[in-house]
Design a protein around this ligand. Structure first.
Ligand SMILES: C[S@@+](CC[C@H](N)C(=O)[O-])C[C@H]1O[C@@H](n2cnc3c(N)ncnc32)[C@H](O)[C@@H]1O
Length: 317
């Protein structure tokens, strides 16, 4: 099946990574290699592209795009594709045989094929088994979460990761439903959510299952923890002047990126009333984008999934 994903903020990412021939770039979320393909063209000849993804289907698609693509001539760019989680950069990057990196790209979340293929269990638009793992060998599925978490744990996940105002009620309805029989499919779950959210609150807004599905996906893939881990492990690999670019798609992710960039560009953590610095912490990043870069109206019109994208970029001092 064809892997169709339109890269978001493509020109802006390429510009902000300040690519040049010979650059060593790590695309931590390779997907279908939409960004990576453009990157390889800008770092040829002699550049290196390391592409990481935890999804086998993405890696297969990316390999076809990059290695069989007409755009780059053979041997112009060294391409290393690695299956893994970007939370494990410190074990993945040594496998690529590089000593430092000129640019990292994190294009967070799921790809269009992950969302659109019902058998991945991410979509509330079609009925499928509840899965939601980006890495199909991952330890927990959405089925495990909805059928085994305690009610209070479920409510916390929906509240924190979905910012769902009906979290407690949805959790209560899930626990009642699974008491009758286990919840097997995305369709079963959507019906439970619809029953839990009052009709008046469902009117006019987005799909009532949207926030719950986002929350489950984040929980199943540990997305926020690996984002923190990934950013913190990437920065020490950056060469001076090297850049890190992150595209996020919801406020929870964007807040984490903003906070980590601010923390690493601030340095000293001594209380403000200390006359001299005692902690010795020095800033390691300079923030390049004071405000996040967002897609143009034209891009959003052509690719509605770009709507919520925010790009933040920082540079290693
Ligand atoms: C938005 S898509 C990237 C699309 C890509 N930039 C393109 O242009 O085709 C996100 C990809 O990152 C992968 N991904 C998400 N979180 C990951 C993680 N923690 N480690 C490795 N891959 C991850 C997903 O499997 C998915 O393929």
């Amino acid at each position: 099946m064809e892997y169709r994903h339109t890269p978001v903020l493509l020109a802006e990412v390429t510009q902000h990574l300040s690519l040049h021939p010979g650059s060593i770039i790590v695309d931590c979320t390779l997907g279908g290699a939409g960004h990576a393909k453009r990157i390889t063209a800008s770092i040829a000849p002699t550049g290196t592209l390391v592409g990481i993804d935890q999804d086998d289907a993405a890696l297969t698609a990316a390999e076809i795009t990059l290695r069989l693509g007409q755009q780059i001539k053979e041997n112009d760019v060294r391409i290393v594709l690695l299956k893994g989680n970007f939370g494990d950069l410190n074990t993945l990057l040594p496998q690529a045989g590089i000593a430092s990196v000129d640019g990292f790209l994190f294009d967070l979340g799921v790809s269009s094929p992950q969302l659109d293929l019902p058998d991945r269990g991410f979509t509330y638009q079609e009925d499928a088994l509840l899965d939601m793992r980006m890495d199909s060998s991952g330890p927990i599925t959405a089925h495990d979460v909805v059928n085994t978490y305690e009610q209070s744990q479920l409510a916390r996940v929906l509240r924190e990761y979905g910012e769902e105002r009906w979290a407690s009620r949805i959790a209560e309805f899930i626990v009642a439903a699974r008491g009758r029989h286990s919840i097997e499919t995305t369709g079963d779950l959507v019906e439970i959510i619809k029953a839990a959210v009052p009709a008046a609150a469902r009117k006019g807004g987005p799909h009532p299952a949207r926030r719950t599905f986002q929350a489950l996906r984040i929980e199943v893939n540990g997305e926020l923890d690996v984002l923190r881990k990934g950013l913190h492990s990437a920065v020490p690999w950056l060469a001076p002047g090297g850049r890190i670019a992150v595209i996020s798609y919801h406020s929870l992710e964007d807040r984490i990126v903003k906070r980590i960039f601010t923390e690493l560009s601030t340095g000293c953590t001594c209380p403000p009333d200390f006359p001299v610095c005692r902690c010795g912490v020095k800033p390691v990043l300079r923030i390049v984008t004071r405000r996040p870069v967002v897609p143009s109206e034209t891009e959003i019109e052509a690719n509605p999934r770009a709507r919520s994208a925010k790009l933040r970029v920082a540079e290693r001092i």
